[in-house]
Design a protein around this ligand. Structure first.
Ligand SMILES: [Zn+2]
Length: 52
């Protein structure tokens, strides 16, 4: 089990990106946010912190 760094849910299938875990739900939200700039700003800002 790994803890998503965005929603903090523990799931078996979380992705590991740069040492952080991201669940498929948040991954999808991030991908969607790139298309629809409104919404999911919280997820995006958290991700930006991770990748900086
Ligand atoms: Zn998540």
């Amino acid at each position: 089990m790994s803890k998503c760094c965005i929603c903090e849910k523990e799931k078996n299938d979380n992705l590991k990106i740069l040492g952080k875990y991201i669940c498929s739900d948040c991954e999808w939200k991030i991908l969607t946010a790139q298309v629809h700039s409104s919404g999911y700003n919280k997820c995006v800002s958290k991700l930006k912190k991770i990748f900086e």
